[in-house]
Design a protein around this ligand. Structure first.
Ligand code: ATP
Ligand code: MG
Length: 362
């Protein structure tokens, strides 16, 4: 369904930094006009230093997303998830590599690609706020070449399905975030595309709506209608519950791929011991202890949080705790938990999912 071959993307953007006020610098010219003086430019009486920045957002990505599967893309902020979604949906061109959606190349033949997919993004920009949900849906249906009658029928069906009946004639700007999100979903589905791309779209849904959303994706869209779904999210619970396969993405590269079970199995018999203390727990305290894996720690509000990966659960945990006790470090709280997708990510990258991406710029 989606074939991604060696796709790379580098963004080129301009960084600017205020250098001087113009009064401190002798310059002629219109102060309100933007004018470039080599690497320095003037705007509204201020002088800026400009620097070109290259961000390598994707690096030779290879993936095949199969027909009818729910495929998850999991990675921290800045990993490249949205960039990949934008390239698949023809909003951004790749710098190199190819993507085929149902055998149509996104770069050279975008029209059939656009017809075959619906895109839901986390922002609420995909709707006209001065129009009602019904007007929006009919409008977008017409853009996808549905007749007026078909567009209205489809819009009303979706409004019914998403329980938006009492909101269908209100201006979108007066809807709550979750309600706007539901209308954005309807918009993506109005032309009944076989492929749905969802980028962080579950944000803003309350727990009940989130549960309904998962059920709808799995039972209605995947199982009944056979749609293929690409899901980008930080919400591991959703990925774990819904996805047939997951790719972990970090700094623009795919670092692991498999079913949620298989990914977690790579951490089989691993437990994570979480400790909270007032004192730092040095890593070398556990030197020579077998079955102790990676150790990560961070300090927040005078508390030290330490996560220790261990094998064979409780027995090793006791030995670890004994060493801390022997070093006269007081532990305020501890817990032992089984591995999650987040731990798989940590093991592969040494980073947590909520760490900001770094070291990408060239
Ligand atoms: N239009 C742009 N111009 C310059 N750099 C960009 C642009 N869009 C994204 N980037 C950079 O590309 C990298 C990947 O961004 P992207 O939005 O794809 O990440 P993401 O995985 O979707 O992150 P998040 O979880 O925060 O949504 C980031 O370093 C980001 O700053
Ligand atoms: Mg994103």
């Amino acid at each position: 369904m989606i074939e991604i071959k060696d796709v790379s993307k580098t963004y080129v953007s301009v960084k600017r930094r205020l250098r001087l006020f113009q009064k401190d610098f002798e310059l002629n010219g219109d102060k309100d006009e933007e004018s470039t003086i080599s690497e320095t430019y003037v705007k509204k009486g201020l002088i800026f230093k400009k620097k070109i920045k290259h961000t390598h957002a994707l690096n030779k990505i290879k993936l095949r997303i199969r027909h009818g599967e729910i495929f998850g893309l999991l990675g921290p902020n800045g990993a490249g998830k949205t960039t990949l979604t934008k390239i698949i949906s023809t909003l951004v061109l790749p710098e190199s590599g190819t993507i085929l959606v149902n055998n149509h190349d996104v770069s050279t033949n975008p029209t059939p690609v656009r017809t075959s997919l619906g895109l839901v993004t986390g922002g609420e920009r995909s709707l006209y706020w001065k129009m009602t949900p019904l007007e929006n849906l009919v409008f977008f249906g017409r853009l996808y070449h549905l007749s007026k009658k078909e567009a209205e029928k489809r819009a009303l069906e979706l409004i019914e399905k998403f329980k938006l009946n009492d909101k269908k004639d209100e201006l979108v700007q007066n809807l709550s975030t979750g309600q706007k999100m539901k209308v954005a979903f309807c918009r993506a589905l109005v032309h009944d595309p076989p492929l749905l791309l969802i980028d962080e779209a579950e944000r803003g849904l309350d727990p009940r709506a989130s549960k309904e959303f998962r059920k709808f994706l799995k039972e209605e869209l995947q199982e009944k209608q056979g749609k293929t779904i690409l899901l980008c999210t930080h919400n591991m619970e959703i990925l774990d519950e819904l996805c047939d396969r997951i790719a972990l993405i970090n700094k623009g590269s795919i670092i692991a791929l498999g079913t949620p079970e298989r990914l977690k199995l790579s951490m089989k018999q691993k437990h994570i011991l979480n400790l909270q203390s007032h004192q730092h727990i040095p890593k070398d305290l556990f030197d020579g202890l077998e079955n102790v894996g990676s150790i990560s720690s961070k300090c927040e509000d005078e508390f030290h949080f330490t996560d220790i990966e261990i094998e064979n659960g409780t027995e090793i945990a006791n030995q670890v705790l004994q060493r801390i006790y022997d070093a006269k470090i007081k532990v305020d709280e501890f817990s032992l938990k089984t591995a999650t997708l987040e731990d798989v990510f940590l093991k592969l990258t040494g980073r947590k999912l909520d760490d900001e991406a770094e070291g990408l710029d060239g």
